[in-house]
Design a protein. Sequence first.
Length: 205
Amino acid sequence: MRLKFRPVDGSFYDLFSEAASHLVVGAGLLAEMLSDGNDREAVAQQMREAEHAADETTHAIIRRVNSTFVTPFDREDIYSLASGLDDVMDMMDEAVDLVLLYDVTKLPAETSEQVEVLQRCAELTATAMPGLQSMSSLDDYWIEINRLENAGDRSYRRILANLFNGDYDALEVIKLKDVVESLEGAIDAFERVANILEQIAVKES
């Protein structure tokens, strides 16, 4: 039987929980950006601030890794998880930015399904992150994230089919496709985070 010694350093777990909490904020701002009647300039500015805060947390994790002799789990896994969480925020920020830059006024109805998936993924990730410390009770998390990612894929395919059904002009198709692909990218990034957590749990069990 192989025994492992890991230090009890709560700072890493706190930082990962903090990183996941930024995703909840980002998903909420994304939903606000894609709803009607909002000040999109103001929402986009809030998203930039949230993305900056997420970057700061990512940098804090990296600094912590570089200054800690023995980490709670493998360094490469810490880097991967920090990067994965950061990628989610970047994709959501990209979607918000594109809506503003392209002056998108109307999105396909199915887009709301993608946003709901993203919000649910963010909530689940934030709830699951404290489980890193005990490496327990995470199975339901990554199973549900996988289910949500599959639902997001189905919505994505329906949206693409509708975009190319002739109801939109060519320029509008290009704009909407970019936004929808950013949403899909964010959902995929959530699944990558879940996969990383699963790999860490397996290695540390």
